[in-house]
Design a protein around this ligand. Structure first.
Ligand SMILES: Cc1cc2nc3c(=O)[nH]c(=O)nc-3n(C[C@H](O)[C@H](O)[C@H](O)COP(=O)(O)O)c2cc1C
Ligand code: SF4
Length: 410
């Protein structure tokens, strides 16, 4: 193994000193009890949808099948999100342990770790971790003499945002075009190659490994009723100290995360708005961020926690160009299956692009109508959320955007 400035040997060697106590504990438990403990912990999926993880495992366990799969979703395509990369780089063995615990819990003997193609370093690290795990007998047949066998493959994504959606991801692994499947059936009953499959986010699986290692009560004691445990947030944009931070739910407000962890706004500029969960979520203005960082409080504020990407935007940016960027992203990334999502996002981008100097009330109404239509007709979350950012910016800064017309329209 070559060692470079950024790839330190000990990154790969973490596995030498790791005791896999969580996995060993899981292997001594009844499968139902593992899902039950994860349920008791209150862990919700960290990929964006927030589905209860223990319930997902329980549903998959109940499926009768000769074959089941576990998939670790490391596609991490939501702009502003980089926590899974951090885990894959700095705690890859814990990720592996989480995948293996999930596999044992649902009765799967094969799994895939799907990592975003641009993540060269995490791919190299995780590939080596898998090789080492096979060398040491941690992957393969009869793991730790338990009778449990498990094979894990690594798949590199090819740069499509929609492939992070669990059903598109299944198609992508199967070698098909990455577009969403109709649900139901859900992957837990008919997933990869038509077999029951659990798809979980990297952070979810890492948290599940912690939960089984330390017991569910340690996890559920942290956080609030509706948001248990901790969350990795990715702080970026106009903050002094961007980075990945672990937050106990309910302990800090969104504002405190930005001021205390992020060190406040760069260059003493004034805050314009915050994107609280990646560009699929509605923005919050400077007056709206004094709320506890929890699923429920963000929902109450009309937005969502999403993937944990907190993007801070200070005054001074060109709002129209931000809107343009976001609409361009969704126009490029729609898989094109649903007509309203394919053409609607194109139209929105067209309106934003061709009206770069001003917006009429009609433009704004058309964008809002298109958003509603896309939302209603969308098969997957991409279409359902593609207008959240844009509509919220018009809602909250409409006067400013329309004023451009009065000022420049003469
Ligand atoms: C367009 C789109 C992109 C998504 N991208 C990701 C992603 O990159 N990583 C991820 O874990 N989940 C992503 N999801 C959510 C997944 O479909 C799925 O809910 C998640 O992987 C389940 O894991 P969890 O329950 O542990 O969150 C995406 C969903 C949509 C609609
Ligand atoms: S909503 Fe958009 S991205 Fe999702 S399946 Fe339909 S066309 Fe594809």
């Amino acid at each position: 193994m070559e060692e470079t400035l950024f790839l330190k040997k000990d990154m790969y060697d973490q596995i030498e000193n790791y005791d896999f106590s969580g996995l060993k504990k899981a292997l001594s438990m009844e499968r139902e009890d593992i899902a039950r403990q994860v349920k008791e912990s209150g862990l919700k999926g960290r990929g964006g949808a927030g589905f209860p993880t223990g319930l997902k495992w329980e549903l998959a366990l109940k499926e009768k099948s000769d074959k089941k799969y576990v998939i670790c979703n490391g596609d991490e395509g939501e702009p502003g999100t980089f926590k899974d990369r951090f885990l894959l780089e700095y705690n890859p063995v814990k990720v592996l342990e989480g995948i293996m615990i999930a596999a044992y819990a649902i009765g799967a003997d094969e799994g895939y770790c799907y990592i975003r193609g641009e993540y060269h370093r995490p791919v190299r690290i995780f590939k080596r971790i898998i090789e080492k795990a096979y060398d040491k007998g941690i992957l393969g047949k009869n793991i730790f003499g338990s009778g449990f066998s498990f094979d894990l493959h690594l798949v590199k994504g090819a740069g499509a945002y929609v492939c992070g959606d669990e059903t598109s991801l299944l198609n992508s692994i199967e070698g098909k075009r990455g577009s969403s499947r109709i649900k139901p059936p859900y992957p837990v009953s008919k997933g990869l190659f038509g077999k029951p499959t659990v798809v979980n986010n990297v952070e979810t699986l890492t948290a599940a490994a912690e939960i089984i290692t330390n017991g569910p009560e340690v996890y559920s004691r942290m956080g609030t009723e509706g948001s248990r445990g901790t969350k990795l947030v990715c702080l970026s944009g106009d903050v002094q100290k961007p980075g990945v931070y672990e937050i106990e739910f309910g302990r800090m407000t969104l504002k405190e995360i930005i001021t205390e962890f992020g060190g406040g706004i760069r260059e003493n500029r004034k805050l314009k708005f915050v994107v609280p969960g990646g560009i699929s979520t509605a923005v919050l203005t400077a007056d709206e961020i004094d709320i506890p960082y929890t699923y429920e409080d963000l929902e109450k504020a009309g937005t969502s926690l999403g993937s944990g990407a907190i993007i801070v935007v200070a005054e001074g940016h060109n709002l129209v160009s931000l809107l343009n960027n976001v609409s361009r992203f969704f126009m490029d990334e729609t898989c094109g299956t649903c007509f309203p999502c394919r053409e609607g996002n194109r139209q929105v981008h067209h309106i934003l692009k061709s009206n770069s100097e001003r917006f009429s009330e009609r433009d704004v109404r058309i964008i809002s109508d298109l958003g509603r239509t896309i939302h209603l007709a969308a098969r997957c979350g991409l279409g359902q959320t593609s207008l959240n950012f844009i509509n919220s910016v018009f809602d909250k800064f409409g006067n400013e955007l329309m004023e451009r017309k009065e000022i420049t329209g003469g």
